[in-house]
Write a protein that binds this ligand. Sequence first.
Ligand code: NAD
Length: 274
Amino acid sequence: MNIAMTERKPAAAQSLKDRVSLVTGSTSGIGLGIARALAGAGSAIVLNGFGKPEEIEAVQDGVAKDFGVHVAYSGADMSNPASIAEMVEMTLDQFGRIDILVNNAGIQHVAPLQEFPVAKWDAILAINLSSAFHTTRLSLPAMIANKWGRIINIASAHGLVGSAYKSAYVAAKHGMLGLTKVTALETAEQGITCNAICPGYVYTPLVEAQIEGQAKAHGIPREQVIREVLLAQQPNKRFATVDELGAFAVFLASDAAASITGTSIAVDGGWTAH
Ligand code: NAD
């Protein structure tokens, strides 16, 4: 392509100006990293998730102050379809649109199949998978009306491969990839894309707590816990950061990614290349 065929785009810093992003499970960890990155690109943000009211207020104020965008919050429980509907309604009432939907809320429980608590199975399927069905079906009319939308599903390396004792999580994350494909197929001509990101281990406060806990439990140094326990499956032996995932989500939300749809992208340091 010669230079005359390229088009000057606004600075990447404001590439999502006038967009509205709803990020589920964004009061901490990956969801918050993605919300901050989208805000950094100029998008208004609807945060969602649990936490102490004063901590949530600090997160909401922090994103608004750091990036100068409008930040709303919904405490909707992603295991409850009625509560999800209220969150989407609140977003449409406040902003009149939803452009970018990030389905990120998720929980984990580890137990052998024969002992797996039924209530935990139901909760993981509801929060990690069904919530994305509900947010998607409820957001699509607004995206279709605008002929533009980006749906980003946060799956996992466990959407591509299994691990023992994580039946519900692995089933939900594999299901997320199926939902991603169907959403992409049904919206392909509407200016909407839907993709899944499949992270390996990402450095979050929860992971930090696991490093500390395992180091104490086994009486081994942090570095050994990281290399031999947590990152045993991850060839690059480093955690991805929430900033890396945020930057990737901003790219998927950009016009440059208009033809990327129905796919899953591993961000796992080579884990699933085995
Ligand atoms: P986290 O525990 O730090 O954050 C989870 C967020 O979801 C929080 O904001 C929490 O309040 C919210 N949440 C939990 N249950 C909810 C509910 N019922 N309703 C509304 N919000 C709820 O976790 P994280 O590590 O940032 O994980 C985020 C997503 O990324 C999850 O889907 C997880 O499966 C996925 N993931 C994480 C990693 C990792 O290494 N951290 C790796 C692969 C995939």
